[in-house]
Design a protein around this ligand. Structure first.
Ligand SMILES: Nc1ncnc2c1ncn2[C@@H]1O[C@H](COP(=O)(O)OP(=O)(O)O)[C@@H](O)[C@H]1O
Ligand SMILES: [Mg+2]
Length: 157
């Protein structure tokens, strides 16, 4: 497990960008953390690292925003979902099985339908501009990803 702290939105974005460069087809990134923790900011960085050139907005109202970078990029936010059963109608499982990259805000709300292998990023507010990011890999692919990410953050790549 890896825990990092940032002291500005720019820093959080930058960490996302480093992670985004390392993502491969089918990768699923699950984000957890209170409103304002920086989930969207981090995903904006991931999108940049994936080569997405469009502005990445919060999908709080739209639920799913689709972009194209090096790979298809699915930014999902299930904050407004009241029932896991609704994910059927949205076709969420299809996105999770797709060969693109999925970033999922409020993933803890739909835990039952998540793939067992994924990367959890648990974010928290530590101060007005301080945020913590805890990286919890599930499965061999994501353990390797976190190791590569750590090396890249420390400038060892
Ligand atoms: N270290 C930081 N990392 C990320 N965002 C930060 C940080 N410090 C302050 N902020 C601010 O906190 C807010 C985070 O918003 P957002 O990314 O939309 O959070 P969430 O998607 O978790 O609700 C933004 O207004 C951002 O400018
Ligand atoms: Mg958000």
């Amino acid at each position: 497990m890896l825990t990092l702290t940032t002291s500005s939105a720019k820093e959080t974005f930058h960490l996302g960008e480093i992670l985004g460069r390392l993502l491969e087809p089918g990768d699923v990134i699950c984000l957890q953390g209170e409103l304002g923790a920086g989930k969207t900011c981090f995903v904006q960085g991931i999108a940049r690292g994936q080569g997405v050139e469009d502005y990445v907005s919060s999908p709080s109202f739209t639920l799913i925003n689709v972009y194209q970078g090096r790979l298809p990029f699915y930014h999902i936010d299930v904050y407004r979902l009241t029932d896991v059963a609704e994910t059927d109608q949205l076709g969420l499982e299809e996105y999770l099985e797709d060969d693109g990259v999925v970033c999922l805000e409020w993933a803890d709300r739909i835990q039952p339908i998540l793939p067992p292998a994924c990367l959890w990023v648990v974010m928290g507010k530590r101060g007005p501009t301080e945020r913590s990011l805890r990286f919890e890999p599930h499965g061999a692919r994501y353990r390797q990803l976190v190791a590569d990410f750590k090396a890249a953050v420390e400038g060892r790549d």
